[in-house]
Design a protein around this ligand. Structure first.
Ligand SMILES: [Zn+2]
Length: 53
């Protein structure tokens, strides 16, 4: 399956060609933010802060 993700950090849209499950994590291809799948239907993602600003 191909899922379309919109990064909540940089607003870049990109596709993930993999089966996604809630709580899966991945890095945005654009800004490298760590993102987590909140739910797959509907598809929602959130950013996880993994470094201090
Ligand atoms: Zn991003």
């Amino acid at each position: 399956m191909i899922a379309k993700i919109k990064c909540p950090v940089c607003a870049e849209e990109f596709n993930l060609e993999s089966d996604l499950e809630a709580s899966d994590t991945f890095h945005c291809a654009e800004c490298e933010a760590l993102l987590e799948i909140v739910s797959v239907d509907p598809l929602r993602v959130k950013a996880i802060r993994d470094r201090a600003e």
